[in-house]
Structures are given as structure tokens and as C-alpha cells.
Design a protein around this ligand. Sequence first.
Ligand SMILES: [Zn+2]
Length: 90
Amino acid sequence: MSDLNFLDGNAAAGLLSEIFAVDVTAARGMCSHCGDQAEVAKAHVYPNAHGMVLRCSACGDVLAMLVEHPGRVSIDLQGLAWLQLAVDNE
Ligand SMILES: [Zn+2]
């Protein structure tokens, strides 16, 4: 099967750099577990030796996990139904 309707991942570089250059703590997200919508800054953060876990301030379920490795960071956002970030694209 040949699918030519996609672009190389580098095509997303501009948008991704725009997204991750913003203050993510000001972003709003929705908890996948309870549906609470709040700014990331309102999440409860539990730092540990490898990174941190962000938990929903309403139900306590995990919203996101950040794991630091040498030279990179892994981000698990499975606990967020969505994440809304402000960008300057007007
Ligand atoms: Zn929740």
C-alpha cells in the first residue's frame, strides 16, 4: 500500500516550535477522567527523581507525566482529553 498523503515529520517543526515556545502553564486542559477544565498551572505537581507527575486538582487522576533523560524529556499526556495553547497565528 502506498500512501502519499502525508508529509515528513519535519513539516510540523514550525508549528511544534511555536507550541512549545509558549508558556504551557497558561494552557487549559481537560481531565480525561472527570472532565474538569482548568489551566495547567492549577494541576497538582508531584516531582520525583526522574521528572514529575501532574494530577488533576479536581479528581487527583494523572493528567501528564514528564520524564527527564540525558538530553531529552518524554511527555505522557494520556490523562488530558485535550490541551489548548494560545499561539500568535493571526
Ligand atoms: Zn480530573
